[in-house]
Design a protein around this ligand. Structure first.
Ligand SMILES: Nc1ccn([C@@H]2O[C@H](COP(=O)(O)OP(=O)(O)OP(=O)(O)O)[C@@H](O)[C@H]2O)c(=O)n1
Ligand SMILES: C[C@](O)(CO)[C@H](O)COP(=O)(O)O
Length: 220
C-alpha cells in the first residue's frame, strides 16, 4: 500500500498579507517546510502544489506541481499527480502536526475510506447579521474540522470529479466526500493544528514554533 501526503500550498495568503503564505517563516523556517517535515515520517512520498511563479524551495523534500485557482482545484491537481493508494491531504498553513494525529488519520483512512482530524467546538456559537447577535446556535454535536484529512485516493478523486462536473465548491475534502454521499470518520485533532490565517495567528505560530523547536520531544 502506497501512502502519499498531498499538500495544497498554492494560496496567495490574502488575509495574512505577506505574499504566498506557505513561504512565510515562523522562527526561521517556512510554514511549508514545517508541514512537510511533520508529514514525512508517515508517508512514502510528499507532493506539494505551489502557486505559479514560485521556485520550488530547496529545503523542502517533496515533488512539486502547479496548483489551481482554488484550494479544491489544487487538491484535484495533486490527486491527479499521485498514484498512491491512500492520501493524506494537509494544509501547508497548519505547520504544527502532532505525530499521534497523523498516525490516527492515516489508520482511520485505511479503515473507513475517509477521515479527518476535528475538534469539538468549545465556544458559544451565534448566528449574526453584521455585528448584531441574531440567535444562539446549539453547539452540541458541532466540530471544527482540521487537516490532515485521509482518504482512499479513488474515493476522494471520485468526489472531486463529481464536484467538478456539478460545479460544486466545498471548503475541504472530507466535505466533498460527504457531499458525494460517503461516510467520513472523525479523529481527535489538536489545538496546535490551528491554521495560520491572520497576522494574529502568525504571532501565535511564531511563539509556539520557538517553544517546540527547543524541546527534545515536542509533542510528548
Ligand atoms: N488556490 C489555492 C488556495 C489555497 N490553497 C492552500 O490551501 C490551504 C488553506 O487555504 P488558506 O488558509 O485559505 O490559504 P490562502 O488561500 O493562501 O489564504 P487566503 O484565503 O487568506 O488568501 C493553504 O495551505 C493554501 O496554500 C491552495 O493550495 N490553492
Ligand atoms: C481545509 C480547511 O483547513 C479545514 O478546516 C479549511 O476548510 C480551509 O478553509 P480556507 O478558507 O480555504 O482557509
Amino acid at each position: 500500500m502506497k501512502v502519499a501526503a498531498l499538500v495544497p500550498a498554492a494560496g496567495s495568503g490574502q488575509r495574512l498579507g505577506l505574499g504566498p503564505k506557505a513561504m512565510v517563516e515562523v522562527a526561521g523556517r517556512s510554514l511549508l517546510a514545517r508541514s512537510v517535515a511533520a508529514l514525512h515520517p508517515h508517508v512514502d512520498e510528499v507532493v506539494v502544489a505551489l502557486p505559479s511563479g514560485l521556485t520550488p524551495p530547496a529545503d523542502v523534500p517533496a515533488r512539486f506541481i502547479l496548483g489551481g485557482d482554488t484550494r479544491q482545484r489544487s487538491v484535484l491537481a495533486l490527486l491527479q499527480a499521485s498514484d498512491a493508494d491512500v492520501v493524506l491531504i494537509h494544509d501547508a498553513a497548519r505547520p504544527f502536526l502532532p505525530p499521534t494525529v497523523a498516525r490516527a488519520v492515516r489508520a482511520a483512512a485505511v479503515q473507513h475510506g475517509a477521515a479527518t482530524a476535528a475538534l469539538p467546538v468549545a465556544d458559544t456559537l451565534v448566528r449574526a447579521t453584521a455585528d448584531r447577535w441574531e440567535e444562539r446556535v446549539e453547539r452540541q454535536g458541532l466540530w471544527a474540522v482540521q487537516t490532515p484529512q485521509g482518504f482512499v485516493r479513488e474515493v476522494l478523486l471520485g468526489a472531486h470529479l463529481d464536484a467538478e462536473r456539478a460545479g460544486h465548491l466545498a471548503t475541504d475534502d472530507a466535505g466533498l466526500v460527504r457531499w458525494a454521499g460517503g461516510e467520513v470518520a472523525l479523529v481527535p485533532g489538536d489545538a496546535r493544528l490551528f491554521k495560520v490565517t491572520t497576522p494574529g495567528d502568525l504571532r501565535l505560530a511564531d511563539a509556539l514554533a520557538r517553544q517546540l523547536d527547543d524541546m527534545e520531544e515536542p509533542y510528548a
